[in-house]
Design a protein around this ligand. Sequence first.
Ligand code: HEC
Length: 728
Amino acid sequence: MTKVSNALIFLLSGSLYFTSCKPSNEYRNDVIENDWPVYGGNSSGNRYSPLTQIDKKNVKQLQVAWTYNTGENADSTQRGREIQCQPIIVNSIMYGTTPELKVFAVDAENGKEIWKFDPFVADEPQYHSNRGVMYWEDGDDKRILFTAGSYLYALNAIDGKLIGTFGTKGKVELHGGLGTNLGHDLKDLMVISTSPGVIFKDLLILGSRVSEFGDAAPGHVRAFDVRTGKMRWIFHTVPQPGEYGYDTWPKDAYKHIGGANNWSGLVVDNKRGAVYFGTGSPSVDFYGGGRHGINLFSDCIMALNAETGKRIWHFQTIHHDLWDRDLPNPPNLITVTHDGKKIDAVAQATKDGVVYVLDRDTGKPLFPVEERKVPTEGAVPGEEPSPTQPYPVKPEPFARQFYSEADVPDMSKEAHDFALKRFKETRSGNKFMPPSKEGTLTFFIGGGAEWGGSAADPEGVIYINSNEIPWDLRMTDIETKNKEIASNGKALYVTTCAVCHGPDRKGGGSEFPSLVDIGKRLKEKEIFTILKTGRGRMPSFQSIPDYKRQAIINFLLNPEGKNQIDPHNMSKEAKAAKGSNFPYVPPYINNGQIQFRTPDGYPGIKPPWGTLNAINLNTGEFVWRVPFGEYPELKKNGIPTTGTENHGGPVVTASGLLFIGATRDEKFRAFDTKTGKILWEYQLPVGAFATPASYMVNNKQYIVVAAGGTKYGLKSGGSYIAFALPKE
Ligand code: HEC
């Protein structure tokens, strides 16, 4: 393309195609032609493909073109690992991750494996979600960058071998550079990265996932040199003395408060040289008595100078978060028309069901956002809820904002009575009701919008899939909770472990080892692994959910039941001796983040339980909104489509199609972007809880999605499935 035609396309279709100031050695991550080179499609994160071969007329003919089976999650009846990865496609090669966090390259035309890299050949395997990988090139130097465990790796994209000159023998340890001035050691804390970063010139800008409890590491955003792995800048999401926003926290909070992390990914505007992302809530979730203040830069939409990491602007969506309302996906860079003027904007869909549309240069809202009074009474002792919170007036919310009596389900008398009883015990009426001992049936501990992200087309319409599953948020004091966990752990030990290790944990002869003082011999993590994978003649306990496993381990490490919640089992005295308030132990915690379901297992609320929404961000008006996903057994009984929980985002094509999996009915669907009508659906072997990608090789358009299942207790799988039109 010539400069002139680029400029013309830029004028016509907004920011999707600007390329005019691309240095010659920079990989074009802001352009999609036949490839899908970046998580989110291009660096604007719009999950938008300009391809049109598959269109509204022929979409019904789509068939499976190839399947790449990773060979993992082979037994579909065993709980596997999810695949949340949206693959990238560069020069007709598809790169992605497997359930066990291996990275692969396959021929995007036929799914044949080219190489596979196992980050854990020498190390203990780690499991966490991974949403994608990054690509960078400069001439013949072509790299795949990705994270697994606490490492960032650089691989040669051609052969999958580590690039020895990057970091230490091809990898960079993610704790390094996070902070030595905190008065406590970071090295054993969780610092991983579940969403890929973005590339800006020769920088890789990366967020992180950290603990949400008292042992949370700082959630700072960092840039690494893509050639050497050296850290080039760091942005403190919890400000330190002398930095902007420091006064929105108690003095020295940065030493023991972590989180406020960007776990959901970022987007970059190459022309402006700016990176945009959302942050999460600060630690600890649900209790802010240790962090009075509005807590910048938690729950903020951020714009930073991509070259330097300096703040350009911020916009806080929740002050002093008490509900775990992280910004759950990367924003969308879009161009809209407001008051007759074209404006480059950034749109952010939230867990609590609203969309912010901000001017990309100033962070000013394009539609009014009102700061409204919210309830503060009834919070647990020590809490100081923010007296006001922001409310975007337009667009209207895409999910119900709070649970009211009218939402009590009526599908059966039993379900109705159950939900009504709990509703009457709780406090309701506002999405910012502070967490209390009585509890609140609330939304948005999970989305609303989720990590799959939103799609946007060049006309300025955003497409958001959303959940409406209520949660029962109920605070309890830590002493009570500790006793509960201790007795749970003990009870579980007695029923599952005592047969071999003895009720007194002393084991039996040489056959069954004693577990008394096991914490002195094994690290908590090692015990966790033994319980998951088994060892020697000890069976594996795969089927026990993680929280129960944790309860058993807590019991083993501390049979007397003291400080069960304290992640380091550190006494107050030990902490005082260390002169540190870390890990922070809150006096109140949520009693279990429980999704509110009725005894029949359905969400404890009237449908819809999941929706798909199209909103025109020029006008702020909905184009359409439909229930998304179904329960076949309810459908059969004549109940209209309820929608289901859904995780994994949409992809929109220039031919007016929206492709998405995500629903618990394990279907992959194509919707008409103009009407929200289903044009095609395909029953997958297992659910696709990941975002698809679309690309073209040899004049054939493909749409590919990972089918890893596992979510919602459904069957597991380990494949990527590509669809295309049949041969003529
Ligand atoms: C069927 C018998 C059996 C059951 C049930 C069992 N284990 Fe074991 N466990 C063993 C055996 C045998 C070993 C020694 C394995 C080896 O190293 O070969 C072992 C080893 C262990 C170890 C490692 C001990 C060390 O010193 O290295 C831990 C920890 C452990 N078990 C915990 C548990 C827990 C917790 C449970 C309950 C969830 C459990 N086990 C249930 C038989 C059992």
